[in-house]
Design a protein around this ligand. Sequence first.
Ligand code: ADP
Ligand code: MG
Ligand code: MG
Length: 203
Amino acid sequence: MTWTAEDIQHWLKQFADQIHEHKDELTDLDQKIGDGDHGINMARGVKEMNKLFDEKTFATPGELFKAVAMVYIGKIGGASGPLYGSAMMKMASSAGTQETLSDKELIDALKAGKTAIEQRGKASVGEKTMVDVWVPLLQKFDGSDVDWNAFSDEADELKAKTKEMHAKKGRAAYLGARSVGHIDPGSASSALFFQTLAATARE
Ligand code: ADP
Ligand code: MG
Ligand code: MG
């Protein structure tokens, strides 16, 4: 599809709905291997994002991503806020001033966001962080002729795979081997991010 700023706003509103719906679940996951605030952090961020959407309309996807980046950086907090925020910031640079993005251009923007998360958090695949969803997912789908059902299923599978991982980065790393057996909370919120994207693309 061709993504206008309005389409992207629609996607991110669905992401916000899903975060609110899964808030307790995200917090429970973080209670198991972290400090129990991931659902609260994300809900605070997306609530503020929705406020921004009520107040302002955006001419381009890039403009929208940049404004959302500022909200995420300022409002989510914790480790995940700067990570999601820098991803959005790089997505804004990648989208530039174009009025619309093709699927390929949107996936390219997400790839730039993925690189920002890797650079900021310095985590690699297999260390039980959101990188375990972002990196393999965006490696698998290069943006030409995306099968959005497969994209959505893959995001869910990648999230599930973090369960058996031994955390090496973030708070869960303090637990060492005891982190095994629980899904990484940031991977769970990232799966919602990508699944709502796929749902919007399929509409
Ligand atoms: P905090 O751990 O500061 O309380 P959150 O609970 O909001 O922050 O977010 C935790 C999530 O952030 C983790 O589940 C993980 O996915 C992600 N995360 C933490 N550290 C890193 C890192 N260095 N690189 C990538 N992701 C990370
Ligand atoms: Mg936490
Ligand atoms: Mg915290």
